[in-house]
Design a protein around this ligand. Structure first.
Ligand code: SDX
Length: 433
């Protein structure tokens, strides 16, 4: 980053302090406020970090006004069309797309780490069969660190790389196990002859009783869905992973913190909430009622899958997800799917409504993902776990970048205190010895 100029903070025409302005490779410049408190005795105040850059990063760039998303400089549209999810994983982790030898080695390494320690299956038995899969994911992924004491030195790049491989390889196996556990069906072991997505689909949807023949159109669709979910700058769950990592916590604990944060309906839980919302709307004749509820300030209802903190234009992933949705429904002979047609009509009406236009509320990545996951045979309570499966690589890439960043320190925000002034305990609460 380069220091171009500075900004002076004045109060009553008195110069309070001068702060440098930094520029990155692209996007908004930043005011470096690291010395603000030292110079002025004041903090900045920015609930939700709407105007705050928490770090510098070279991984992903979003232009919310133009609806642009780049992974290591490559547009998401090109990656979704020309690359596989594992090629995108390699790109996010290493900064460049792999050549033929590099991707073959990376795929082989991932394949050889897809199995989990057999004792990990014992953790599932502690959960009720109807436990939400994200509750199980938090428990089981968090427990992974207890199996890998051999590579938890976060200062060792070799250990960090091995943890990255283990997490990218094992999270799909654990996600599939969550589903199998909820259905009472036996866990399926990975098969090394299958590619990453085929393997996951067989573990998720296959049984030991039948040969599983993955449909290549559906495999490619799911591969693309994982690409669309792989990373997204400093979103809530990635910021959680970075904050957890800044204390020196091990990578499995940090990724578990990210999984916990992603679960929220305002974040990764939205895909499940979108499908529930569409099923509640039920018919196009009810769309206006729900649009009015979403606009009513007294009503907590929001149009799930719409709006975004950064995108004030169409989320480029939503377009790609809609196309993938159409492709999968056509392949499955479901192009008349009632829910998909309802979603298209709801999108059309909302995008013409003044409220959504003025507030720049467009469909986001979660709006169509639930419909296509449902069509792929994945139950709605698994949707956020699928999001976590795609985002694991982004969380790890940011965790690794943060550990290697010479500027990184333990994250410790300050606050604007609005509580009671210093006071003594009243006599009636003081216990006589
Ligand atoms: C993800 O950050 C990321 O990058 C996240 C993500 C990723 O890849 O990691 O992209 C994944 O989380 C996508 C978002 C999924 N969530 C949803 O679809 C839930 C529905 N959306 C909203 O809850 C909301 O839009 C958020 C949480 C996504 C964004 O919230 P912000 O940025 O805090 O915006 P806001 O709540 O301040 O809303 C601004 C205005 C408000 O009205 P006013 O107070 O200005 O009058 O827009 C309104 C909101 O009431 N609004 C909505 C709305 N979203 C915002 N009104 C109706 N329906 C909505 N969906």
């Amino acid at each position: 980053m380069t220091k171009l100029r500075s900004v002076t903070l004045n109060e009553k025409a008195q110069s309070l302090c001068e702060l440098p302005i930094l520029s990155g490779a692209t996007g908004p410049d930043v005011v470096d406020i690291q010395t603000l408190y030292q110079q002025t005795g004041m903090f900045t105040y920015d609930p939700g970090f709407t105007s705050t850059a928490s770090c510098s990063s070279a991984i992903t760039y979003i232009d919310g006004e133009k609806g642009i998303l780049l992974y290591r400089g490559y547009p998401i549209e090109q990656l979704a069309e020309h690359c596989t999810f594992l090629e995108v994983c390699y790109l996010l982790l290493n900064g460049e797309l792999p050549d033929t030898d590099e991707i073959q080695k990376f795929e082989d390494t991932i394949t050889l780490h897809t199995m989990v320690h057999d004792q990990l299956t014992n953790f599932f038995k502690g959960f009720r069969r109807d436990a939400h899969p994200m509750a199980i994911m938090v428990g089981v992924v968090g427990a992974l660190s207890s199996f890998y004491h051999d590579a938890l030195d976060i200062k060792s790049k070799k250990d960090r790389d091995l943890s990255a491989i283990r997490l990218i390889a094992k999270v799909p196996t654990i996600v599939a196990m969550c589903h199998k556990y909820s259905t009472g069906l036996p866990f399926m072991y990975p098969q090394n002859k299958l590619n990453y997505v085929e393997n996951f689909m067989r573990m998720m949807l296959g049984t030991p009783c039948d040969e599983f023949s993955p449909n290549p159109v559906l495999v490619r669709a799911l591969d693309r869905i994982l690409i669309l979910h792989a990373d997204h700058e400093q979103n809530a769950s990635t910021s959680t992973v970075r904050l957890a990592g800044s204390s020196g916590a091990n990578p499995y604990a940090c990724i578990t913190a990210g999984i916990a944060c992603l679960w929220g309906a305002a974040h990764g839980g939205a895909n499940e909430a979108v499908l529930n919302m569409l099923e509640e709307i039920g018919d196009v004749s009810n769309i206006t009622t729900f649009i009015n509820k979403a606009k009513d300030k007294r009503d907590p209802f929001r149009l799930m899958g719409f709006g975004h903190r950064v995108y004030k234009n169409y989320d480029p992933r939503a377009k790609l997800m809609r196309d993938t949705c159409h492709e999968v429904l056509t392949e499955l002979g479901l192009h008349d799917d009632k829910i998909f047609k309802l979603a298209l009509e709801l999108e059309r009406i909302a995008l013409e409504d003044q409220y959504f236009v003025e507030k720049k509320l467009y469909p986001n990545v979660d709006y169509y993902s639930g419909i296509v996951l449902h069509a792929l045979g994945i139950p709605s309570n698994m949707f956020t776990a699928m999001f976590a499966m795609g985002r694991t690589v982004g969380w790890i890439a940011h965790w690794d970048e943060m550990i290697a960043d010479p500027e990184q320190r333990i994250g410790r925000p300050r606050q604007l205190y609005t509580g009671a002034a210093k006071r003594d305990i009243p006599p009636q609460h003081i216990k006589r010895a």
